[in-house]
Design a protein around this ligand. Structure first.
Ligand SMILES: Nc1ncnc2c1ncn2[C@@H]1O[C@H](COP(=O)(O)OP(=O)(O)OP(=O)(O)O)[C@@H](O)[C@H]1O
Length: 287
């Protein structure tokens, strides 16, 4: 079942364009939303949540048009970005009581479970919480109304490694229950741990929309000492090339979709972080 269907989403800013973005999320999957700073990830997330006006596009949640059914759809949707910053001097308990009234499926027991799991004291105020605790509080609230889809903008960036690991385990548990998760992150190792699919945005365009394992299987990493030694065919196949210092030696690394053109000794598997760095920082060797 398709939980979210985005078609031809376009947003113009004076110096940036989110360009004709289309993707779908299937129920019970975890999708990592990645791209360099300024690629347009937050703009996309805000656009699909109706937090900014779009210039073009269709957004459908749970087979319902978002713009005509926002109130009903938001019962089944949770969004977390950077954690709570509003009403800094109000007790969390008071904020929770107010929030709970908006949700027909509010689950007070589940909320208590997450408070304990995240070691949060809801007699505190947002002002008294660390960055990580603010994110955890926002997540506890998001997880307590039985949202079917969680949309999270960099949920793990303020968390220590132990809390991140805990959160990723929660994501996997939620996925096992059929919950769908879309989250943007720069912490690529988090995705290796839990993402089924990757949406990769590059300068406002969707460059990849693929299962993580399939995306990584498309490329191999090639390491050579001098591009001048490559044959013409190898040069054509040596994409996203970049010079790197390894143990004081200058080497060239690039990605290829034609690994058979290179000897085994030059080939290795590629991980998502390496793939991204090469795509964003490569230089052209072949015109
Ligand atoms: N309100 C706005 N008005 C004009 N331009 C904007 C506005 N909001 C964002 N932009 C521009 O849109 C582009 C994409 O920004 P966005 O915040 O979506 O990127 P991002 O991928 O989330 O980046 P990061 O990883 O750094 O958070 C940037 O060039 C930014 O300057």
């Amino acid at each position: 079942m398709t939980v979210l269907d985005v078609t031809a989403l376009t947003k113009y800013y004076p110096t940036f364009q989110l360009d004709n973005i289309s993707f779908q999320l299937a129920a019970g999957t975890i999708t990592g939303f990645v791209g360099a700073n300024g690629a347009g990830k937050s703009t996309t997330l805000k656009a699909i949540l109706g937090l900014l006006n779009i210039d073009h596009g269709q957004i459908t949640y749970f087979s319902k048009n978002f713009f005509h059914n926002q109130t009903a759809i938001k019962q089944d949707l949770a969004f977390v970005d950077g954690g709570i910053t509003y009403f800094p001097r109000k007790k969390l308990r008071t904020l929770t009581d107010t929030t709970a009234r908006f949700y027909a499926n509010w689950d007070a027991q589940r909320y208590q479970t997450y408070l304990e799991k995240f070691q949060l004291d809801d007699r505190k105020t947002p002002h008294e919480l660390s960055t990580g605790m603010r994110i955890k509080y926002a997540l506890a609230v998001a997880l307590s109304h039985h949202a079917k889809l969680l949309i999270l903008d960099e949920p793990t960036s303020g968390l220590d490694p132990v809390s991140r690991d805990e959160l990723l385990t929660i994501f996997l548990d939620l996925k096992a229950q059929g919950v769908t998760i879309l989250f943007s992150t720069h912490i690529i190792s988090d995705l290796q741990q839990c993402a089924d699919n990757i949406l990769y945005l590059h300068q406002g365009k969707l460059l990849f929309d693929a299962p993580l394992t399939e995306l990584l299987a498309r490329y191999q990493l090639i390491t050579i000492t001098d591009p001048a030694d490559l044959s013409q065919a190898q040069k054509q196949a040596f994409q996203y090339a970049k010079a790197e210092q390894v143990n004081g030696q200058k080497l060239w690394r690039g990605l290829t979709q034609q690994p058979d053109l290179f000897p085994d000794s030059q080939r290795s598997a590629v991980d998502l972080e390496t793939l991204m760095v090469h795509i964003e920082r490569s230089v052209a060797l072949v015109n």
